[in-house]
Design a protein around this ligand. Structure first.
Ligand code: PHB
Length: 389
């Protein structure tokens, strides 16, 4: 006798519920958790990242791959000791689909750890901590910005090419500063230079006088400094006020003069820095982005705005590949890995470790612009030491 499959009422109801749930999940907004500094020396950088991200989403009509975007926000205060608690507000309490953030490397390391453990998709929109796309690399972790090594290594090469032999470094004593100085030394010493002293102070202190006195007495050929945000404004002004810029050129990764020029005024004029963005690239893509950003937010875009904008572009590429289904993480990841991101900085793809492979520009401050002087190193990939996926 033939047996016919006869679903029970219970099974039918369960199936209907399951499909309804799937449809609901497909139509529900994508929850984006923005973990950025809203206070402290990096507050403005956080705003620029958020605005850049939202600009791209708004340009797509508020939806990515047909899904509405809903934002959840946490002020991380650039405080590493609060990073785990803060990121868990987004992962556990708000149950976000994707994390975007942050500025400070120490905080971002905490985010990356939590993202690895919970397998939450994370797009790092600034923090350069080398480990994030090194030993801590993971399928679900991407960066839209840079590794601390990238602009620093390029500046080392430039400083050597400019004929400097002995350079001192100065920075805040935390991951980003330490790694930036290390990357600079690698590029500089490989090209024949010597780093003759490393000065540090705790983050986010801005009492630079005693350290500037040491620089004045040691008279290196040049100084390499990593500072950013409010700290960069104060450092560049103090360096000029001490008269050091007249005899000892000050170099750095572009964070030293990005988003800071109005406040730095004459003190920053003529400075050379290296970065994956510049203010007058004058490409149709960048011009359109800068115009839209300036119209929407009434300020000029900077590198942080670009990184936020590109984090949204990366999310869009992943979502598109997954047909809007953020829970299909394998497809989202493969989509981002395969994408060529049409960034205002120039098109880029991510490396196997999920960090942008990108041109590092040499820029010079003129008025309120970091003008591009050329490409210091083309298509530079972070060495991604220790990354195994
Ligand atoms: C970092 O902590 O990695 C960091 C912060 C600010 C910058 C760049 C890097 O502008």
């Amino acid at each position: 006798m033939q047996t016919r499959f006869k679903p029970t009422r219970f099974a039918l109801a369960a199936a209907a519920l399951f499909f309804a749930g799937q449809v609901l999940a497909q139509n529900a907004p994508i929850k984006v958790g923005l973990m950025l500094p809203a206070t402290g020396t990096y507050a403005n950088l956080g705003t620029m990242i958020e605005n850049g991200f939202k600009l791209y989403v708004d340009e797509q009509g508020g939806k990515l791959a047909g899904r509405e975007i809903q934002y959840f926000k946490v002020d991380d205060e650039s405080e590493p000791s609060k990073a785990t608690d803060n990121v868990n507000k987004l992962i556990k309490r708000d149950q976000v689909d994707v994390l975007v953030g942050t500025v400070h490397s120490g905080v971002a390391l905490g985010m990356a750890k939590a993202a690895r453990e919970s397998k939450t998709l994370l797009i790092v929109a600034n923090a350069g901590a080398d480990a994030i796309t090194g030993p801590m690399c993971a399928k679900n972790i991407f960066r839209s910005s840079f590794s601390n090594w990238q602009p620093a290594y390029a500046m080392g090469k430039v400083a050597a090419e400019r004929g400097h032999k002995k350079v001192m470094t100065i920075t805040w004593n935390y991951a980003a500063g330490i790694e930036s100085v290390k990357g600079f030394a690698e590029g500089f010493e490989k090209a024949g230079g010597k780093v003759t002293g490393n000065l540090t102070l705790p983050f986010p202190n801005v009492e630079f006088q005693a350290l500037l006195t040491q620089i004045a007495s040691q008279k290196p050929d040049a100084v390499y400094a990593f500072f950013a945000g409010g700290g960069a404004v104060k450092f560049v002004k103090d360096y000029a006020a001490a008269g050091l810029n007249k005899s000892i050129p000050l170099y750095g990764p572009g964070f030293l003069t990005d988003g800071t020029l109005q406040a730095q005024g004459p003190a920053a004029q003529g400075m050379l820095t290296t970065l994956h963005y510049a203010d007058n690239l004058n490409t149709p893509r960048d011009n359109a982005f800068r115009l839209a950003f300036a119209k929407t937010y009434k300020v000029n875009a900077d590198v942080y705005a670009v990184q936020g904008y590109d984090a949204a572009q990366m999310l869009a590429a992943g979502l598109k590949a997954a047909g809007g289904d953020i829970r299909n993480q394998a497809k989202v990841v493969a989509g981002i890995e395969a994408a060529q991101i049409d960034s205002p900085r120039g098109k880029f793809k991510v490396s196997a470790a999920h960090n942008p492979v990108q041109d590092i520009y040499l820029r010079q401050v003129k008025g309120n612009l970091n003008e591009v002087k050329g490409v210091a190193i083309k298509a530079l990939a972070d060495p991604a030491k220790g990354c195994k996926m």
